[in-house]
Design a binder for this molecule. Structure first.
Ligand code: CA
Length: 160
């Protein structure tokens, strides 16, 4: 028993200099890698907005859609808005991908549609903007509202 113990002590205390160097380098490399990976935590996307039933009910009350239709629109919005960056916002490239099947091409018509949807003019469309923009296409929307579509969408956020 004593001979086994002394041989273990000898073997554990007899690391060669290259083995000690490897152990130190391994620790340094692991530290660098973990710190490097930690950098990505600072660039996390903000949490996606969550829409409660009250939110959907509020959106339904300001549009022609029923709560069930707003829920269906939310499902569609989630699919469209997560096609490139899953951040809960619809970006121009995601709308372009949905309508033109490519995120990269330039299309004046699509840009105008996106600008119409982006009522807050912040470069991204949230679900509420999406629902309000599509409200004009509701079957119960009046012909006058459809004709005056851009003005109606803009008026919703400007409070006119
Ligand atoms: Ca997105």
């Amino acid at each position: 028993m004593d001979s086994t113990r002394s041989s273990l002590e000898k073997s554990s205390s007899y690391f060669s200099p290259s083995e000690r160097l490897c152990a130190v380098l391994k620790g340094i490399i692991e530290t660098v890698i973990f710190n490097f990976l930690g950098c990505f935590n600072f660039h996390r996307l903000p949490p996606k907005p969550h829409y409660s039933f009250n939110d959907l009910d509020r959106i339904a009350s300001t549009t022609l859609f029923s709560v069930n239709e707003v829920e269906a629109l939310l499902d569609l919005f989630k699919k469209l808005s997560s096609s490139i960056v899953d951040d809960g916002l619809l970006h121009r490239e995601e709308l372009r991908l949905a309508l033109l099947r490519t995120p990269a091409s330039k299309n004046l018509f699509l840009d105008r549609i996106f600008d119409l949807f982006d009522e807050k003019k912040n470069g991204a469309v949230d679900f509420e903007e999406f629902a309000h923009a599509l409200n004009i296409f509701h079957p119960r929307a009046s012909l006058e509202d459809k004709i005056d579509c851009p003005a109606n969408v803009k008026c919703h956020y400007s409070g006119i």
